[in-house]
Design a protein around this ligand. Structure first.
Ligand SMILES: Nc1ccn([C@@H]2O[C@H](COP(=O)(O)OP(=O)(O)OP(=O)(O)O)[C@@H](O)[C@H]2O)c(=O)n1
Ligand SMILES: C[C@](O)(CO)[C@H](O)COP(=O)(O)O
Length: 227
């Protein structure tokens, strides 16, 4: 008999948000009355299949975390996003979760239907599933001086990865460990799973699920999070 499925979310929240240029890491900025981190936690807990949330944070950010709730625990983050994710995944395994749903703290606008779709697509398949959106604009390759050298970058079947990304917890831990948490090619969980031979399924995401990266993103997310 197969073991029952138990899903924990892992939220990497130990980044410094250099590109955001704010005085506190972007996940602690307040938008529509709650921190960005809190919106992201609430977004993953919208789905009842998610039993617990492990948030990976850096030690010096712990004082900024008023999120004390029964379904939420904090774990130590690392120097890279992959290290922070692995820390959360290993805690999830210790507590007998079979699957992990990794979601960036910096993506507070995750729609409930996108979350449900990625869980449905990945839960019974070792390849797992990730949220992504098809590339919509024409792509240009340039020299460092920003002069175009080519527009012939094919867009067919080209997607931009988002989170959440759902995988078997043990497979993902193996994949990240094998690829190496400081490997620059490990940009998301799917890249690690691909590294060990899997082919994660792409599930349609949403522009509302944007990752807050640059200051102008705050204006957009404020509009998206409006009730
Ligand atoms: N050592 C790290 C680096 C990043 N992250 C998290 O990974 C997510 C996506 O990363 P990104 O947007 O690149 O965040 P930062 O690394 O904070 O941003 P920047 O690259 O601009 O410094 C964020 O929720 C961030 O907090 C993490 O948990 N641990
Ligand atoms: C995982 C991710 O959100 C997919 O888009 C992203 O790769 C993480 O952040 P970064 O902007 O690539 O550092």
């Amino acid at each position: 008999m197969s073991e029952p499925v138990r899903i924990a979310a892992v939220i990497p929240a130990a980044g410094y948000g250099k590109r955001m240029q704010s005085s506190v890491p972007k996940q602690f900025l307040t938008v529509q009355g709650r921190s960005i981190l809190q919106h992201s936690v609430d977004a993953v807990l919208q789905n009842e299949a998610v039993e617990h949330v492990f948030i990976a944070v850096s030690e010096n950010a712990q004082h900024q975390l008023p999120l004390s709730r029964p379904k939420v625990s904090f774990v130590a983050g690392g120097d890279t996003r992959a290290e922070s994710v692995l820390s959360g995944v290993l805690h999830a395994i210790t507590q007998q979760y079979t699957h992990v749903l990794v979601h960036d703290a910096a993506r507070p606008g995750l729609p409930a239907e996108v979350l449900a779709a990625v869980i449905k697509a990945g839960i019974h398949d070792d390849n797992g599933a990730i949220v992504a959106v098809p590339v919509r604009d024409s792509l240009k390759r340039s020299e460092p001086d920003q002069l175009i050298i080519s527009t012939n970058v094919a867009r067919d079947n080209l997607w931009q990865a988002q989170t959440p990304q759902l995988f078997s917890a043990s497979l993902l831990a193996d994949a990240i460990s094998e690829m190496g948490t400081d490997n620059p090619a490990l940009t998301d969980e799917a890249s690690a799973m691909e590294f060990i031979g899997y082919h994660p399924k792409l599930v349609m995401g949403s522009l509302k699920n944007l990752k807050i990266t640059h200051p102008e993103d705050l204006e957009l997310i404020t509009a998206f999070l409006k009730v």
